[in-house]
Design a protein around this ligand. Structure first.
Ligand SMILES: O=C(O)CCC(=O)C(=O)O
Length: 235
């Protein structure tokens, strides 16, 4: 197994680190090809159908394997000292586009910790199925913002949105497909929407440390619950 190497950031000081490893990136390129052939091929003019299709990529076996890969688990241990990693949330898709399906939706500056509430070693693993540059849809982060803990904000149905949305020193993340951004749950970040044509599809998943003593004392609580819609079968 190849180890993941740091290509940007410093988790302790800046609240994020970007990791790369060629075999992992090759797996994501295969996922993107499959998404373009099989998933995009099923798109219609109905944005609700299209969003359901995008969400299903999170259930794709290749994507699940990606977030369970030895390389990622090894990196959580090597770079963050997570002794016993557990996935404490589902894999989430973030489709951003100015078309009917994306509807130019993007969560403004927010922090993830209030939507987790888990171990003190919690981390968000975020990746993109395609390359992301400084133009077009992307992800904007505020390096070092985690050091101030929880910023003033409001808990909403979509997440903990900050009162201050005019923040200096933000960084537009640049990653190649399949490189992995590890973010502190306190790192301030937002989706960068864009009027440009084209889409971004990022994926994220949360990890915690089952060996965390503080979490143990809090009886391993988690903000995530499983919800089952008992009416879907009627549609
Ligand atoms: O990828 C995105 O557009 C947003 C990701 C995000 O906000 C998150 O993972 O909390």
């Amino acid at each position: 197994m190849q180890s993941m190497r740091i290509v940007d950031g410093n988790f302790k000081r800046l609240g994020y680190v970007v990791l790369a490893c060629e075999p992992v990136q090759a797996r994501m390129r295969a996922i993107k090809a499959r998404f373009e052939q099989r998933f995009l091929g099923q798109f219609s003019t109905d944005p609700v159908r299209n969003r359901n299709i995008v969400k299903l990529l999170a259930e794709d076996i290749g994507v699940k394997r990606f977030f369970c890969s030895e390389e990622l688990v090894g990196a959580l241990h090597a770079h963050l000292g997570i002794a016993e990693p557990v996935q404490t949330g589902p894999i989430v898709t973030h489709y951003t586009a100015s078309d009917l399906t994306g509807n130019n939706y993007g969560l403004p500056y927010h922090q993830d910790w209030p939507s987790m509430g888990t171990s003190s070693k919690g981390v968000i693993a975020w990746t993109s199925i395609g390359d992301i540059g400084r133009k077009g849809p992307g992800l904007r982060i505020v390096p070092g913002s985690q050091s101030r803990g929880l910023w003033p904000g409001k808990q909403t149905d979509a997440g903990y949105v900050l009162d201050d949305q005019d923040i200096a020193n933000a960084l537009d993340v640049e990653v190649e497909a399949g490189q992995i951004l590890l973010m502190s749950p306190y790192l301030v970040h937002k989706t960068r929407t864009s009027a440009q044509a084209g889409w971004k599809l990022s994926l994220s998943c949360r990890f915690d440390d089952f060996a965390c003593e503080a979490w143990n004392r809090r009886n391993f609580v988690s903000a995530y619950k499983t919800a089952v819609d008992r009416n879907t079968y009627l549609v």
